[in-house]
Structure formats: structure tokens, C-alpha cells
Design a protein around this ligand. Structure first.
Ligand SMILES: Nc1ncnc2c1ncn2[C@@H]1O[C@H](COP(=O)(O)OP(=O)(O)O)[C@@H](O)[C@H]1O
Ligand SMILES: O=P(O)(O)OC[C@H]1O[C@](O)(COP(=O)(O)O)[C@@H](O)[C@@H]1O
Ligand SMILES: [Mg+2]
Length: 320
């Protein structure tokens, strides 16, 4: 093996650059060359591919976004695009590929593996919705961004005796909502994985208010419903002077936390070690603080397990 290709795909996530840097620099340290593919699978098919020099990676470890750019490119679900992508990789003499992205990107990586092309997946998504890893690259930063936003919203909630319903991202997963909600002492955290009931939430808010809690924060995972709709339904159970906020894409950008930088660096270097061992078709994860790898195919026969006990814990300690 002489050349490793790297691409980032799907929603950008803070720490993707640290992962690209780790893969490329580790490859170089092992006497290999690194090639960057711009715009995920779209750039792969188009042949938007360039050699990465060590100096290109200077000053990127602390940058959000992705220096390789990203794309949502549904066309890659078609075999024609996949074969074209492999042709491009061969044209550049690239022997193996590291795909940094979320669950969708892993589908693309699996297709390449099925066509006999050695591919390793690194979990890069703020959603934390990937099986066989406790954490994904970008999750910690997104949660911390949400916590900062929620702390600011709390100031207004507290000053005006208001209830704020704040919608955070996560697609179908409630991890971002649970971590952010527990971190700010939310009155309620509403996620798609667990049953919930509007009347119970309204009663909890009333109970807390009756016991001196002047304002309320409800953290809502986007996979449940939008914040406006939630406020409308909540208001049917009382006048909480409620406001809806959606944090949106600002939680996807920004400088990665140290935790995400370290995770990305570890995973990136590990991917190169796996490839040097002649392995491929694998997804890298971290479980109980140990780097692990699983067949990418196994990820599609499994479901991400959210740490749902966080929701129960929040219930237990968020009353007045
Ligand atoms: N079934 C599939 N087969 C091949 N490629 C896919 C498939 N699903 C997704 N992809 C590729 O992965 C990209 C990223 O997936 P997406 O779900 O948008 O983000 P993420 O990887 O962050 O979850 C898609 O735009 C597409 O190029
Ligand atoms: O950026 P877009 O295309 O509007 O998509 C928003 C979605 O992307 C995310 O921010 C990240 O998701 P992925 O990692 O799966 O791309 C989700 O939390 C959100 O639902
Ligand atoms: Mg995804």
C-alpha cells in the first residue's frame, strides 16, 4: 500500500479536520502518501482529488468545518457512481480510502467495500447516532455549543419568568438533547427514543413554578417535532409565557473541543494502522475508552444505543 485517500461526507462536524490531519500525517509518518478527495462522494465520482502535503495540515487541528469540504450526494446510492468512484481512485493510484462521516456515509463506504475496495469508516457527525461507538467526532463540541446557547437563553427565561422550548439537532437520536439538557438542568428533555406526555410535562412545569422555580427550559430533540409546534401544544395546558427557539446549524460549526480533537486524532491514526495491517471494510469506534473496529456491515444490523439513563437521571433531579 502506497497511497491512502481521505474524504469527509454528510453534515460537517467539528473535529473532522483533526481526523483528516491524523490520517494524513500518520500515513506520511509510515512512509505513505495521503490524497484528499473534496466534497465527499460527489468529489470522488468527479475526480476532485489532490495530494496532501504535511504543510497543508498546519493550523487545521483547531478549525471547525472540513478542509476537504462535504456534500450530500444521494446519487452515490447508484452502482454506476460507486464504480466510477473506484475508477477515479485507481486512476490516482490510491490503494485504500478513509471515509469520515455519519451513518449515511457508512452506506457509501460499505458499497465500496462490497465492490472489493478497501475502505475504513470514521464516525464524524454531531448526532452521535452510530452503533458500536460511545461517541462520534463532533458530538462533544455540538453539545458544548448548545450548552452555551442554553445558558444564554436561561438568562432571558429567568429575567422574564418564561418557559423556553429549545430544539437541538440529532436527526432521529436524542443524545445531543440529553447531554445538553442534563448539563443545564432542564425541566424536561424530550427525545424520540422515549415515550413522553405533554400533560405530564405541563404539570411538572406547574409544580416547579409553584415551588419557586421562576422559569423553565425544555430541551427538545429535532426528531420529536419542531419547537413551534411543541410550544403550541404545551400552551393548551396552561399559560407558561412560552417561547420557541431552534439552535440550528450554529451547533454544527465552531472550534472542536479538546475531547473531539483527541478522539479524532486517535481514530485517524488507528485507521491507518488497520489499513497497514491489511484490514478494510471496518468502522472505527470508541467503547469504554478503547478504540474498536467492527465490520461496517454489522453497523447496519445494529442500532445505536443512546445512554437513556441520562433522561431518567434528569427526571430524578430536575424538580423543585
Ligand atoms: N444507501 C447509500 N448508498 C451509497 N451512498 C450513500 C447511501 N446513503 C448515503 N450515502 C452517501 O453518504 C452521503 C452522506 O449521507 P448523509 O446521510 O447525508 O450524512 P451522514 O453521513 O452525515 O449521515 C450521502 O450524501 C451519499 O453520498
Ligand atoms: O445540514 P442539513 O442538510 O440541513 O441537515 C441537517 C441535519 O444534519 C445534521 O446536522 C447532521 O447530520 P448528519 O451527520 O447525518 O449529516 C443533523 O443533526 C440534522 O438533522
Ligand atoms: Mg447521519
Amino acid at each position: 500500500m502506497k497511497r491512502i485517500g481521505i474524504l469527509t461526507s454528510g453534515g460537517d462536524a467539528p473535529g473532522m479536520n483533526a481526523a483528516v490531519r491524523a490520517v494524513a500525517r500518520k500515513a506520511m509518518a509510515e512512509g505513505l502518501e495521503a490524497y484528499g478527495i473534496n466534497y465527499g462522494f460527489a468529489g470522488l465520482v468527479a475526480g476532485d482529488i489532490h495530494k496532501i502535503e504535511a504543510a497543508d495540515l498546519d493550523g487545521v487541528v483547531n478549525q471547525g468545518g472540513t478542509l476537504l469540504y462535504s456534500a450530500r450526494y444521494p446519487e452515490f446510492a447508484h452502482e454506476e457512481g460507486q464504480l466510477k468512484g473506484i475508477e477515479q481512485l485507481k486512476r490516482f493510484g490510491i490503494d485504500a480510502l478513509v471515509v469520515i462521516g455519519g451513518d449515511g456515509s457508512y452506506h457509501g463506504a460499505l458499497r465500496l467495500t462490497e465492490h472489493g475496495y478497501n475502505t475504513i469508516g470514521l464516525p464524524g457527525t454531531i448526532d452521535n447516532d452510530i452503533p458500536y461507538t460511545d461517541f462520534t467526532i463532533g458530538f462533544d463540541t455540538a453539545v458544548n455549543t448548545d450548552v452555551e446557547a442554553l445558558d444564554r437563553i436561561y438568562d432571558t427565561a429567568h429575567s422574564h419568568d418564561r418557559t423556553f422550548v429549545v430544539e437541538v439537532m440529532g436527526r432521529g437520536a436524542g443524545d445531543v438533547a440529553m447531554w445538553a439538557g442534563l448539563s443545564v438542568g432542564a425541566d424536561a428533555i424530550v427525545i424520540p427514543e422515549l415515550d413522553w406526555d405533554m400533560e405530564t410535562i405541563a404539570n411538572k412545569i406547574k409544580h416547579n413554578r409553584a415551588n419557586g422555580h421562576r422559569c423553565n427550559i425544555v430541551v427538545l430533540a429535532e426528531g420529536v417535532m419542531g419547537a413551534d409546534e411543541f410550544v403550541e401544544k404545551l400552551s393548551q395546558y396552561g399559560d407558561f409565557d412560552a417561547r420557541a427557539n431552534t439552535i440550528g446549524h450554529m451547533q454544527r460549526g465552531g472550534r472542536p473541543t479538546a475531547k473531539d480533537r483527541v478522539l479524532a486524532s486517535k481514530m485517524g491514526a488507528y485507521a491507518v494502522e488497520l489499513l497497514l495491517d491489511g484490514k478494510g471494510g471496518l468502522a472505527v469506534g470508541i467503547q469504554d475508552n478503547q478504540l474498536v473496529n467492527h465490520d461496517i456491515l454489522d453497523l447496519f444490523n445494529s442500532k445505536h444505543k443512546a445512554e437513556l439513563s441520562l433522561s431518567k437521571l434528569n427526571e430524578d433531579i430536575s424538580f423543585n
